[in-house]
Design a protein around this ligand. Structure first.
Ligand code: TYM
Length: 331
């Protein structure tokens, strides 16, 4: 039986990239055979969020997001990363077999540097904590967007370094990335990858005027509507591809390619993006408001999830301690 595991940082509201690259797939995997562990990466969020009230609120919002979109806590283990302190112990054990060169090659760290984002030791060693998350539950498959592929490969490397040094302790995980490039790397309103830290994201639950405003920011050029265009080069059309069916997309594509007096302009495309989002997320928005009214229930779900997840992590931690010559603690 396969074990699936994934995590999402609660640092910022969840956006369409998180949804199409990860959350939607995590929920769809409920139907698959195997065990599923999904967690809210609050330890990782400390690399960017340093206000305790904000962090607590973001963790809750993340849990509510999963549940509102259809995650069933009876079928998957949903938990908070920091409820499993064993991952911090594993992080130390893995740090001692991992060269600094591996971390220096991390794209996401280099991207953050290039964007002028303040870095810390925590941000630098972030992939080791992530490897511990993955390895602690003997995960076989890690469903993530393309930007996390390298981090999963680093977890493979770290498992290999440890196993080569101390014997077979960790299971080698494989990344599970959406096949369609658009879903694997959803663009932001500026056309770069949508990211919580780049200020180019569309929040899943945005609605009304604020949604209209952010969709209005989708970058276009100044060509007039009547000029024939290749739809796939237009950012608003790429967003329609996320939501609309093949027949509707073919119709837009044809009208854009034809051009002329009754061809759609960028404003039409953007209006349809907003409408499609309203249709797609309507039920989840309603459910989110209901869930936010009972915070105690969210806490209970997370506590139950932590209990299941921790039993697995303790066993792995003890296996790793024993292999290194340290004393396992639970036996
Ligand atoms: P995070 O919180 O940045 O992103 C959560 C998930 O969303 C995916 N994603 C995207 N997919 C497609 N297009 C985009 N524009 C886009 N932006 C984000 C990410 O690939 C990810 O799947 N380090 C992780 C959290 C983490 C984790 C783990 C994941 C911690 N430990 C262990 C898996 C396994 C992160 O910051 O994801």
């Amino acid at each position: 039986m396969k074990t699936y595991l994934s995590g999402i940082q609660p640092s910022g509201r969840q956006h369409l990239g998180n949804y199409f690259g990860a959350i939607r797939r995590h929920i769809a995997l409920q139907e698959a055979e195997g065990e599923k562990f999904y967690f809210i990466a609050d330890y990782h969020a400390l690399t960017t969020v340093q206000d305790p009230d904000v962090l607590r609120e973001m963790v809750l919002e993340m849990a509510v997001t999963y549940l509102a979109l259809g995650l069933d806590p009876e079928r998957v283990t949903l938990f908070r990363q920091s409820d499993i302190p064993e991952v911090c112990e594993l992080t130390w054990l893995l740090s001692c077999v991992t060269g600094t060169g591996l971390l220096e090659r991390a794209h996401s760290y280099k991207d953050k540097l290039a964007h002028g984002i303040r870095t810390s030791v925590g941000l630098f060693t972030y992939p080791i904590l992530m490897a511990s998350d993955i390895l602690a539950y003997d995960s076989d498959l890690v469903p993530v967007g393309k930007d996390q592929k390298q981090h999963v490969e680093m977890a493979q490397d770290m498992a290999g370094y440890f196993n080569n040094t101390y014997g077979e302790v960790f299971v080698r995980p494989e990344p599970l990335i959406p096949e369609d490039e658009l879903f694997a790397k959803v663009p932001g309103v500026d056309g770069q990858k949508m990211s919580k830290s780049y200020g180019n994201a569309i929040w899943i639950f945005e609605e009304g005027k604020p949604l209209q405003k952010i969709v209005g920011k989708l970058v276009t050029d100044s060509r007039p509507p009547e000029e024939p265009k290749d739809a796939s080069e237009l950012l608003p059309f790429r967003f329609l591809e996320l939501f609309c069916d093949a027949a509707e997309l073919a119709d837009w594509r044809e009208r854009l390619a034809r051009g002329g007096a009754d061809a759609p302009g960028y404003g039409h495309l953007k209006m349809r993006v907003k409408e499609a989002m309203d249709e797609h997320f309507h039920a989840a928005r309603v459910r989110r408001r209901e869930l936010l009214a009972d915070r105690g229930e969210i806490e209970r779900i997370l506590a139950r999830g932590a209990e299941t997840a921790r039993a697995r992590a303790v066993a792995t931690r003890d296996r790793a301690l024993r292999a290194c010559g340290l004393r396992p603690r639970s036996s």
